[in-house]
Write a protein that binds this ligand. Structure first.
Ligand code: CMC
Length: 375
């Protein structure tokens, strides 16, 4: 048996959703064959969600119809709002999200239906409701009235509107929309893999998404974004970054927002987009977090040749937009839900149970000693 620790470089399934490859020393990321840089430049989140779910870019009328469908699905059932009001206000919003997804499952009479048509309906509902769950919970825990979804607004701007109670500027809405696009899918990352493992047992879609949200929260995955802002707050001013990074690496600690299982020694294409966005936001709004981020990036490269990943400049963007630290991971999830559901559907459509083996390394053939005789 050859053990691939961490399943590194193991090809676990076939997929036609995201292509992540290194070609001539450059990283390529495509959704359904479309380059992430083109999508970042020309697309919007709803179009990307459509592309991930259906495999093709929508026509103008298909996109309009899809947007309308999502708008109609945004509002939460009163039972879910009741759940959000009853959870302790210190509950992390990611825990809220996974709890609400499970509750939504309990309210779906067709929870166990896995046909393509049923799965697409569930996917649309989850994509539409994720922002509402996060925004409503934030309003509730901060003692503010709910701001209901606004049908005049697109996905990203409506999220910011529900969160803050006022319409965001064009720049703020575009930043978040772009951020959702860049987070929408990434091949077999840990949370998507968790979702596909659950799907491979033919578990219901809500169960798969609970697995994915739980996995995303870990600091080695999406949880890194929240750790990045905590690091920036500790550093506080750019000139402290170098010493901070040097000391952390000397103590053999992980620098959050750096390193990647696939993009080794090559820049994550999403980071390129996010850094440009963070820079633009810094120029137009406030440069405090961007200056710290750049100083950390330079030091991480100087002392360990580490490159920033998708969570690094996302954290800078969210902080500059004034988003509370513990909403960073849920925002990742609001983007990634499109990819998760697309992967679950793909797994259902061409399923084989995902069940690897372990190399047993514990003791063998031990003699059982009755409890009375144990010393
Ligand atoms: N800080 C310090 N050293 C690092 C880091 C880091 N962030 N990432 C990798 N390394 C070093 C590691 O110490 C090891 O060095 P050495 O050979 O000297 O011991 C080498 O790089 C290889 O590390 P590894 O743990 O074998 O690499 P991996 O592919 O298993 O780890 C990772 C990938 C993402 C878990 C890791 O880079 C990490 O812990 N990063 C910090 C957490 C983070 O930012 N996670 C977000 C990941 S990307 C987006 C997402 O999934 O959300």
């Amino acid at each position: 048996m050859i053990v691939k620790e961490g399943l590194e470089d193991v090809i676990a399934c076939r997929s036609s959703i995201s292509r992540v490859e290194i070609e001539d020393g450059k990283a390529i990321l495509e959704y359904r064959g479309y380059n992430i840089h083109d999508l970042a430049k020309h697309s919007c989140y709803e179009e990307v969600a459509y592309l991930l779910l259906f495999g093709e870019l929508p026509t103008k009328s298909e996109l309009e119809a899809f947007k309308e469908e999502l708008k109609d699905l945004r509002e939460l059932p009163p039972q879910i709002i009741g759940l959000l009001t009853h959870l302790p206000p210190f509950t992390h919003p990611m825990v809220v999200l996974r709890t609400a997804v499970s509750y939504l499952g309990s309210m779906d009479k067709y929870i166990h239906y896995r046909s393509y048509e049923h799965s697409i309906e569930k996917a649309k509902s989850l994509i539409a409701k994720f922002p509402t769950i996060v925004a409503y919970y934030h309003r509730i825990r901060t003692g503010q009235n709910l701001v209901h979804p606004n049908d005049e607004l697109d996905h990203a701007e409506n999220f910011l509107y529900m969160l803050y109670g006022e319409e965001p500027s064009e720049l703020e809405a575009r930043c978040l929309d772009l951020d959702f696009i860049l987070h929408a899918d990434h091949e077999l990352n840990a949370s998507t893999f968790a979702a596909r493992v659950a799907a491979s047992t033919l578990a219901d879609m809500y169960a798969c998404i609970v697995a994915a949200t739980g996995t995303l929260m870990g600091p080695l995955h999406g949880g890194a974004a929240q750790k990045v802002i905590e690091m920036f707050r500790e550093i506080a001013v750019p000139w402290r970054a170098e010493e901070y990074v040097k000391e952390k690496l000397k103590r053999k600690e992980r620098l959050m927002g750096f390193g990647h299982r696939v993009y080794k020694n090559v820049m994550d294409p999403r980071t390129i987009e996010l850094k440009a966005l963070a820079k633009m936001l810094a120029e137009q709004k406030d440069s405090k977090w961007f200056e710290i981020a750049e100083a950390v990036e330079q030091a991480a490269y100087k002392y360990k040749k580490l490159l920033p990943n998708v969570d690094f400049y996302s954290a800078c963007i969210y902080a500059t937009l004034g988003i509370p630290d513990d909403l960073f991971i849920p925002i990742f999830a609001i983007g990634r839900i499109a990819g998760w559901t697309a992967h679950i559907i793909e797994q259902y459509e061409n399923n084989r149970l995902l069940r690897p083996r372990a190399l047993y390394v514990g003791p063998k053939n031990r003699k059982y000693i009755p409890i009375e005789e144990r010393g």
